[in-house]
Design a protein around this ligand. Structure first.
Ligand code: IPM
Ligand code: MG
Length: 363
């Protein structure tokens, strides 16, 4: 950890849509944490995604990569929007996101899904099903079908995306997930499609070996991805740490994000073997509500907490933010996505409420 008063560089990549308005709120909260805990955070802002295409023609300008690499923490808002959504386009905002994951070697995407007791009513599932849900997903992020490349037949009528994993890629994400399981309830679920895919059979045999040899103390099970999609709705509270590949993790975490009722609450951390990690909310750029003050900044604020915890080892500071978010929810403050028909406040008021709660926080 950096000594107090030595500036800690944090790169902000607000991106598109609601990205800028939620990142402003997480910055406000980080500033309050800095004051409260005597840290000097220094912020810089950089382009990524659609806005970067607009001003530089490149969804991931080299300046952004350099600034990210020179920081301790990278906070990302969201990328994308209807103006760049032509699937035929050669240059797309999502390339900025995939590019920074690859550039920084962020092979592990950690997505906690926890039901906030105050918001149980916001979930589309029955309260008895979501009670006690607390899942930590480890999604492999720089391999699999996302990064296997694609080939097109000479007549252009057949396209193939390659799903590819090496033993090393599987081992490193499984080890991280298993270590997390050791610190939690000691249970790990690995999700694959080993009854059909050869890549999944390598995933399965590698995971079996790592768990048997290195983590005999962790309770370990494997579940096929289609069954997992079902179990997440029927018995979500029975899972603790879940590890899976890139594509399955993308899909299952979107599904799981509905358990707590709103995507507007869920943070994520993408980490590699070295600093910095990239921290971003699970939700997208929500262009339909951008600029209207309707976005829920809590996911971005909780994302900042994950940045402090995973990149800077600031456990007390992260807990202060998480407790502050709990406090504002206890007070009944709600943005429209979680208001369920009651009075809602705007994005900036929610951010300010968390700032006040951080200032009041006593540890
Ligand atoms: C996510 C997103 C991205 C992904 C998209 C925007 C490229 O859905 O972070 O889950 O598929 O990884
Ligand atoms: Mg996704």
């Amino acid at each position: 950890m950096a000594a107090a008063h030595q500036p800690i560089p944090i790169a902000l990549l607000p991106g598109d849509g609601i990205g800028p308005e939620i990142i402003v709120e997480s910055r406000k909260v980080l500033e309050a944490v800095g004051t409260r805990f005597d840290h000097d955070f220094s912020f810089s802002e950089h382009l990524i995604g659609g806005c970067a295409i607009e001003s530089t023609g490149n969804p991931l300008p080299p300046e952004t990569v350099a600034a990210a690499k020179a920081s301790d923490v990278v906070l990302l808002g969201a990328v994308g929007g209807p103006q760049w959504s032509d699937p035929q386009a050669k240059i797309r905002p999502e390339q900025g996101l995939l590019g920074i994951r690859e550039e920084l070697g962020l092979f592990a995407n950690i997505r906690p899904v926890r039901v906030h007791r105050q918001l149980a009513a916001a979930s589309p599932l029955k309260p008895e099903i979501i009670e006690g849900v607390d899942i930590l997903f480890f999604r492999e992020l720089t391999g699999g079908i996302y990064f296997g490349g694609s080939t097109t037949s000479t007549d252009g009528r057949t396209v193939t995306d390659h799903m590819r994993y090496s033993v090393e890629e599987i081992e490193r994400i499984v080890r991280l997930a298993a270590q997390a399981a050791q610190q939690r309830s000691g249970k790990l679920t690995s999700v694959d499609k080993a009854n059909v895919l050869a890549v999944s059979r390598l995933w399965r045999s590698t995971t079996d070996r790592v768990m048997a040899h290195e983590f005999p103390d962790v309770e370990y099970e494997t579940i096929l991805v289609d069954a997992m999609a079902m179990h997440l709705l029927s018995r979500p509270s029975e899972f603790d740490v879940v590890v899976t590949g890139n594509l399955f993790g993308d899909i299952l975490t979107d599904e799981a994000s509905m358990l707590p009722g709103s995507m507007g609450l869920l943070p994520s951390a993408s980490v590699g073997l070295t600093k910095p990690g990239v921290f971003e909310p699970i939700h997208g750029s929500a262009p339909d509500i951008a600029g209207k003050g309707k976005a829920n900044p809590l996911a971005a604020i909780l994302t900042a907490a994950m940045g402090l915890r995973y990149s800077l080892d600031m456990e007390s500071e992260a807990t202060a933010i998480e407790s502050a978010v709990d406090a504002v929810l206890d007070e009944g403050l709600r943005t429209p996505d979680i208001a369920a028909g009651t009075d809602a406040i705007d994005t900036a008021s929610m951010g300010s409420a968390v700032v006040d709660a951080v200032r009041r926080y006593a540890h």
